[in-house]
Design a binder for this molecule. Structure first.
Ligand code: ADE
Length: 249
């Protein structure tokens, strides 16, 4: 059983690959797929690039050509839920495409010919990811991150929640857009640019998938974090920690 781990960040991908053994690299479609063992688990690790088309083409290749049995997508996201802070973790329940709009032919957000707006992530993996993420934030976070980084990003007690996630080909960075998205999709906890595209491809091929995101910003005008530093020092450490806990369950 082979699990594809798709990262939306080059740095995160590189750090996962550095932990792998018996690696073979397959180059196709401007992607580098790293097949091998990660903490005892058969995996293919790849950096998808950003956006829905990039993610969809990557996951299609993983399923159709590399025969992966399951897909886990990891990365960062902007918070929609006002209770979420930088460093919290969201595990997707249902995925929406917030930029899908074929109205008035069909309802806004509905995926053409699917008859609905949402796709569910794998219900068996979800509680396992929740357990692994909780284990990481409660047991290991303080051993993996320096006090300086914990203080800089206020990572004192990160929350881990399961909730809906929305994806679209847009980096959300205004109060106005946040307000609009909250009104249109009230169950959505965070926004990113790939998860729902992965969901749609996995649904078509009947491959189970999960999406796990670390909150990097509040998607608004005053989201002032050092993004590259956050990804390098926090997000990739989280991903490694959570996957390590998951494969040890
Ligand atoms: N990924 C991380 N932050 C995001 C944002 N604000 N909008 C879209 N994708 C994101």
């Amino acid at each position: 059983m082979t699990i594809a781990i798709i990262s939306a960040m080059a740095e995160e991908n590189a750090s996962l690959v550095s932990q792998m053994s018996d690696v073979t690299v397959i180059e196709a479609g401007k992607r580098r797929y790293h097949r091998g063992l990660l903490w005892g688990q058969d995996v293919v690790v790849v950096f998808s690039h950003w956006g829905k088309v990039a993610a969809a083409s990557t996951v299609t290749y993983l399923i159709a050509k590399l025969n992966v049995d399951e897909v886990i997508f990891t990365g960062v996201a902007g918070a929609m839920d006002q209770n979420l802070n930088v460093g919290d973790i969201v595990i997707a329940e249902q995925l929406y495409q917030h930029d899908m709009d074929a109205s008035p032919i069909i309802e806004r957000h509905e995926i053409p010919l699917l008859g609905r707006a949402t796709i569910n992530s794998d219900h068996q993996r979800r509680p396992q990811l929740l357990e692994a993420a909780q284990d990481f934030v409660t047991q290991h976070l303080h051993t993996k991150l320096s006090t300086e980084i914990i203080n800089e990003f206020s990572l004192h007690k990160p929350q881990v929640i399961v909730s809906d996630i929305a994806s679209g080909d847009q980096f959300i960075s205004s109060d106005q857009d946040v307000q609009d998205l909250r009104e249109r999709l009230p169950s959505v906890a965070c926004v990113e640019m790939e998860g729902a595209a992965v969901a749609q491809v996995c649904e078509a091929f009947e491959v189970p998938f999960s999406v796990i995101r670390t909150i990097s910003d509040a998607a608004n005008d005053d989201a002032h974090i050092d993004f590259p530093k956050f990804i390098k020092e926090v997000a990739q450490v989280y991903t490694q920690g959570v996957l390590h806990s998951l494969f040890a369950l």
